[in-house]
Design a protein around this ligand. Structure first.
Ligand code: SF4
Length: 311
């Protein structure tokens, strides 16, 4: 995995965009730059990411909010970050657990069925972010046998400057998981390039109308697909889909079809443990768990398309 910024093409350093180029003075240098550790890259990029606080384009809402001066975009988030959970988790993918999972409060989506809606919709929930303390706890967890460190939310993309500050304090050898809703912007993912070993990305809706109705987001499928394709090229990718009642044909089948055509070997975790949490009851089809017949149909579809299912 590329831990640094040299793309390996004769010392030409990738300059992603005018806003995010992290080594502009090295661009088109004839001298290969020295290897850069993940910690150093993350520290440099944290400074660049903070530019988004005055004109935020971290997620695909691209609202341009000046978060420093009190403007708030759809994520309702300012410049502070808070953590609503930081602990060992054992209910994620088998190959990742036990993982030390750090959950940032706040999110740019408004999924009515969010299992952590109270914290995910409220960036003021939880304890104030402390990079040093979290890095110490995460490092201690690794020493005690945790297999990975997972950064999640809410949605961690909206707190990218803080995330990078934290990554800069973690051991380079740590296996890092980026758990995301895959609704980040191109600028955000470029700041993340090469820093995380695995992108664990949700693909929630296969129909933009469902995404608009249930998560208040437009153009969902195009954005998520673009990010998944990028993540697959720049990291290991695991796609997660939560089977929702009444959404197997409109959402899961097109997702399965697209994965089969575009990411045929990518690991897919199809989860059937939907619970009508948070504001699910506002939507008639989301008032119950998934029926056995629907769950079976979802797995049948996965097998029809030959998906690489994991647990
Ligand atoms: S993270 Fe997204 S919604 Fe929040 S301020 Fe930035 S662009 Fe706007």
């Amino acid at each position: 995995m590329n831990r640094g910024v040299d793309n390996g093409r004769n010392g030409v350093v990738e300059c992603w965009s005018a806003d995010t180029c992290i080594t502009p003075t090295l661009y088109h240098s004839n001298t290969p730059p020295p290897p850069t550790s993940r910690a150093v890259s993350a520290s440099e990029r944290a400074n660049l990411a903070r530019k988004h606080f005055t004109k935020c384009h971290l997620c695909h809402h691209h609202c341009g909010a000046n978060r420093s001066s009190g403007d708030r975009g759809p994520c309702r988030t300012g410049t502070d970050a808070r953590i609503f959970s930081a602990q060992i988790e054992v209910s994620d993918e088998l190959e990742l657990i036990p993982t030390f999972a750090i959950a940032f409060s706040g999110c740019d989506l408004r999924c009515a069925f969010c299992i952590t809606g109270k914290e995910s919709w409220n960036p003021n929930a939880g304890e104030l972010f402390n990079a040093t303390a979290l890095a110490e706890r995460a490092t201690a967890a690794l020493e005690d046998g945790a297999r990975s460190i997972m950064i999640l939310g809410g949605e961690p993309t909206i707190h990218l400057p803080h995330v990078l500050e934290l990554v800069a304090l973690l051991p380079d050898s740590a296996k890092l998981i980026w758990k995301t809703n895959a609704h980040g912007s191109v600028g955000a993912r470029e700041l993340l390039d090469g820093l995380f070993d695995i992108w664990l990305a949700d693909y929630k809706f296969g129909d933009d109308r469902c995404a608009e109705r249930l998560a208040l987001v437009t153009n969902y499928t195009e954005v998520v697909r673009d990010n998944l394709l990028w993540a697959n090229q720049h990291s290991e990718l695991i796609v997660r889909h939560l089977v929702m009642p009444g959404h197997v044909e409109c959402c899961w089948r097109p997702i399965a079809n697209w994965i089969a055509e575009n990411l045929p070997t990518t690991k897919v975790n199809l989860r059937s443990g939907f619970w009508p949490a948070w504001q699910s009851r506002k939507h008639s089809e989301l008032r119950t768990p998934v029926a056995d017949t629907e769950s079976k149909l979802a797995f049948q579809i996965a097998h029809e398309y030959g998906l690489n299912l994991i647990q």
